[in-house]
Design a protein around this ligand. Structure first.
Ligand code: SF4
Ligand code: FES
Length: 251
C-alpha cells in the first residue's frame, strides 16, 4: 500500500516544531506501525536526511514507551492497542496519517515524537512502592486474598505507564495513571500498611508536576490501551479522602 505521512518534527523542547510530509510506497499491511516508521527512517537515512526520533522498547505492548498521537488519537484508531501492536492493515491504501507526540506541559518534547515522561517516574518515586520489611519470601498463597479483590488489583496493575491517559485528557490529567498505581497497592494487604501516606504523596507529586485536574470526560479510559477503568479514580478519591480525614483527626 502507498501512504502519506504528516509527522511532527522538532529539534528539542525550546525550538519551534513543524509538520513534515513524507510519502511511502510498498508498505505491507502486515507491518506494525513502528516497523513502518523504521521503513521510513531507512529511506531517510539512505537519502542523507535525519531520521524521525520516536520511542520504543519491547514492541509487545508491555513497556509503555511507544505512545504516539496517530490521526488525533493516542496510540491510533484501534481501542485497547498500543502503537507497537497497531498494524498498517488498520489503514487504507492512499491514506494520509498524521503523527504527533504526546502534548502536555508535564511531558516536554525531547525530539520529534519522543517526550520526557520522567514525571511519571517522579510520581512513582513519591510512593508507588511497598516499603516494609518482609523477611524471607513467604510461601505462595500464604495470605488468602478474596478473588474479587485480587482480580481488581490485577486489573489496576496492568497499567504500563504509557501516558495515553494524559495525552487524551483536555486537562492533561494524570489521574487514571495515578489511580491505577494507588489502587494496585491499596487493594492488597502488603500495600495497605502505607496506603494513607502513599496516596497523599503521589497525589501531591502529581499536582506539583503540572498535571491538570480530572473533569470526568472519560477520554482517558476510552484511549487507555490497557482498558483501565475510571472506577479506579473513584477508588483513589476514596483513599485520598479517608487519608486526609484520618490525618486531620490525628490518627
Ligand atoms: S492508565 Fe492506561 S493510558 Fe494511562 S498510563 Fe496506564 S496504561 Fe497508559
Ligand atoms: S514498545 Fe513497549 S509497549 Fe510499545
Amino acid at each position: 500500500m502507498d501512504i502519506k505521512l504528516k509527522i511532527w518534527r522538532q529539534k528539542n523542547a525550546t525550538t519551534k516544531g513543524r509538520f513534515e510530509d513524507y510519502e511511502l510506497s510498498d508498505v505491507s499491511p502486515e507491518m506494525s506501525f513502528l516497523e513502518m516508521l523504521d521503513y521510513l527512517n531507512k529511506q531517510l537515512i539512505e537519502e542523507g536526511k535525519e531520521p524521525v526520533t520516536f520511542e520504543h522498547d519491547c514492541r509487545e505492548g508491555i513497556c509503555g514507551t511507544c505512545g504516539l498521537y496517530i490521526n488525533g488519537r493516542p496510540h491510533g484508531p484501534q481501542q485497547h492497542t498500543t502503537t507497537c501492536e497497531l498494524h498498517m492493515r488498520a489503514f487504507k491504501d492512499g491514506d494520509t496519517i498524521v503523527v504527533e507526540p504526546w502534548r502536555s506541559k508535564a511531558f516536554p518534547i525531547i525530539k520529534d515524537l519522543a517526550v520526557d515522561r520522567s514525571a511519571f517516574d517522579k510520581i512513582m518515586q513519591a510512593g508507588g512502592f511497598v516499603n516494609i520489611a518482609t523477611g524471607s519470601a513467604p510461601e505462595a498463597n500464604s495470605i488468602p486474598i478474596n478473588k474479587k479483590i485480587s482480580d481488581r488489583a490485577f486489573d489496576a496493575s496492568v497499567c504500563i505507564g504509557c501516558g495515553a491517559c494524559v495525552a487524551a485528557c483536555k486537562n492533561s490529567s494524570a489521574m487514571l495513571f495515578v489511580a491505577a498505581k494507588v489502587s494496585q497497592f491499596a487493594l492488597l494487604p502488603q500495600g495497605k500498611v502505607e496506603a494513607a501516606d502513599r496516596v497523599q504523596r503521589m497525589v501531591e507529586k502529581m499536582d506539583e508536576l503540572g498535571f491538570g485536574f480530572c473533569s470526568n470526560t472519560y477520554a482517558c479510559e476510552f484511549d487507555c490501551p490497557k482498558g483501565i477503568s475510571v472506577e479506579f479514580i473513584a477508588q483513589m478519591n476514596r483513599e485520598f479522602l479517608s487519608a486526609k480525614l484520618c490525618s486531620h483527626k490525628g490518627h
